[in-house]
Design a protein around this ligand. Structure first.
Ligand SMILES: C[S@@+](CC[C@H](N)C(=O)[O-])C[C@H]1O[C@@H](n2cnc3c(N)ncnc32)[C@H](O)[C@@H]1O
Length: 219
């Protein structure tokens, strides 16, 4: 799995983030080399980033994330018909956002290493209720060809232990953009457990048709 570096602007769009969302304690889980925590915290936010890749230390995570932008661009080239460009405008703009985000991540990781915790779903090194909002970009659902339904349920349960609300984007399988077969029944089970489940349109689309996020609010 690539340790990618999506930008604050992408996260804002994936998760329809408002200033009120960003004023709370935010967890970015599966943060990779994203620039989200760096930019949000520079603007006064309280964001903690978690990713298993951080266990490799600063040099290790930078080495792991270095090839991600080029490899991601190659995946897009190989599946051209599955992507739309109205949000980014151009291939160059997308790659520039990734490079800038990775540079912001690197600066922030060196300056504030305590904001970046090594940890992996479905068991996070965080206390119950220690975040208001958890964001999960490009891990759950998109890697459902690797992680099964039981893993997803355990991961969402763990994120809801830590945060009052969890948002996940995208809701389709990586590269192919296929629907996730088990998603409807998993959402039914979360609702049956008393959680509020919303599938919300967002102002972003890159994989064709992947323009909704999941928001689950603890019941
Ligand atoms: C495709 S990257 C997404 C990174 C970032 N959120 C972004 O949108 O650019 C997926 C990330 O999930 C992390 N990851 C893999 N297994 C994980 C797990 N069990 N729990 C949390 N993160 C995991 C990987 O290390 C990788 O950084």
């Amino acid at each position: 799995m690539l340790v990618t570096s999506r930008s604050f602007a992408e996260y804002e769009a994936f998760f329809a983030l408002t200033p009120a969302d960003l004023s709370g304690r935010v967890l970015d889980c599966s943060a990779g080399a994203s620039g989200f925590a760096a930019v949000a915290n520079a603007r006064g936010g309280r964001v903690t980033a978690v990713d298993p890749a951080y266990a490799a230390g600063v040099a290790g995570v930078l080495m792991e994330s270095a090839p991600a932008t080029a490899r991601g661009a190659a995946v897009v080239r190989d599946h051209e018909d599955r992507f739309v460009w109205h949000w980014y405008g151009s291939r160059e703009r997308r790659e520039e956002l990734r490079r800038d985000a990775r540079a912001a991540f690197e600066r922030d990781l060196r300056a504030h290493p305590g904001r970046y915790l090594a940890g992996a779903l479905p068991r996070l090194p965080l206390a119950d209720g220690s975040a208001d909002l958890a964001l999960c970009s490009h891990l759950l659902f998109t890697w459902s060809d690797v992680f099964d339904e039981a893993w997803h349920e355990a991961a969402l349960t763990e994120l809801l232990r830590v945060a009052r609300q969890v948002r996940v984007f995208p809701l389709v399988v990586q590269a192919t953009g296929d629907a996730v077969g088990f998603l409807p029944q998993l959402l039914d089970r979360l609702q049956a457990r008393g959680h509020r489940v919303d599938v919300v349109p967002v102002p972003y689309e890159f994989q064709r048709g992947a323009d909704h996020m999941l928001a689950v609010t603890r019941g």
